[in-house]
Design a protein around this ligand. Structure first.
Ligand SMILES: [Zn+2]
Length: 291
């Protein structure tokens, strides 16, 4: 069994009540760490990474509203690419969830909410669905995101890209896209003769040129700026030195009483405010240590 097949197997056993369900991370050394993109929904906080039976240090967690990948060169794609190239991520999973509010929000509702927040219609982009990536099917959204990542030139053909859907009620994970199968298909296609037109996917043609060199910071300039800033700061400090010291002397007693008041408020709050409600946590499937 490969990593995500074992993850889903362990997850299903745990959801069914098997308290021993888990993974041996040592069996999957070459497939860890994994990178997961999920939604920002706070209900997911309780599920990861234990719903995957992975140790926290083998789980690179990315989030955005609706776990959406907009385009093969988008900022989330750059983060995914660096998570692989710099942090050694071996497999990618786009994990959608049931009852996603991004799937339920209509443009009318969104405009109302923005209005309540003081954001007028004319300040927003024309096409809200496209801009925010609103979707109607969590499953379709995962398929689409996987497809964009799979075809992004930043990822390359060695990284499996999986799509999963998490049931927010139970913590159960289900396959949407089996990244191993897609990879096997890709590998077999690579052995077929490729026509010149086929060698350049349409996706690639639409991409703007990407220069890694542009991402480099001019280190010398940063150093220069820092020195200039330091000079300026020390000159200003010398100018205001005396009045500032006097001001500090005046302010100190006030600051002390403010601090005392803050402590009293905290003590009162701790005593009288209701405790936050307990959230039912999904079956903990923790990594299993080898004996
Ligand atoms: Zn969501």
């Amino acid at each position: 069994m490969r990593l995500f097949e074992a993850i889903i197997d362990a997850n299903h056993r745990a959801v069914a009540g098997d308290k021993e369900a888990g993974l041996h991370p040592a069996d999957f050394e070459n497939e860890l760490p994994v990178i997961a993109l999920t939604c920002i929904d706070p209900r997911l906080n309780a599920f990861f990474p234990n719903a995957l039976a992975l140790p926290a240090d083998q789980f690179i967690w990315l989030r955005n509203a609706g776990n959406i990948i907009f385009d093969p060169m988008s900022s989330m794609m750059r983060t995914l690419a660096l998570a692989c190239a710099v942090k050694g991520g071996k497999e990618i999973a786009i994990i959608g969830h049931t009852d996603c509010q991004v799937a339920k929000t209509t443009t009318m509702r969104l405009l109302e909410r923005f209005k309540e927040l003081g954001v007028e219609r004319h300040l927003l982009p024309e096409n809200l669905i496209e801009f925010f990536g609103l979707f109607s099917s969590e499953r379709q959204n995962v398929i689409k995101s996987c497809d964009i990542v799979r075809h992004s030139p930043l990822i390359g053909p060695r990284i499996p890209v999986h799509g999963l859907l998490l049931n927010i009620e139970t913590g159960e994970l289900d396959w949407v896209v089996n990244g191993y199968q897609a990879l096997d298909t890709l590998a077999s296609r690579l052995h077929e003769p490729i026509s010149p037109a086929g060698a350049t996917p349409d996706l690639m043609k639409s991409l703007s040129p990407f220069h890694l060199g542009e991402m480099k910071f001019p280190e010398g300039k940063i150093g220069e700026l820092a020195t200039k800033a330091e000079d300026w700061l020390s000159k200003q400090a010398a100018k205001i030195g005396t009045p500032a010291r006097e001001a500090v002397r005046e302010v100190a007693p006030v600051a002390e009483s403010v601090e005392r008041a803050a402590q009293q408020v905290t003590q009162y709050a701790e005593k009288h405010w209701p405790k936050p409600p307990k959230i039912p946590i999904p079956p903990p499937i923790r990594p299993v240590k080898r004996r």
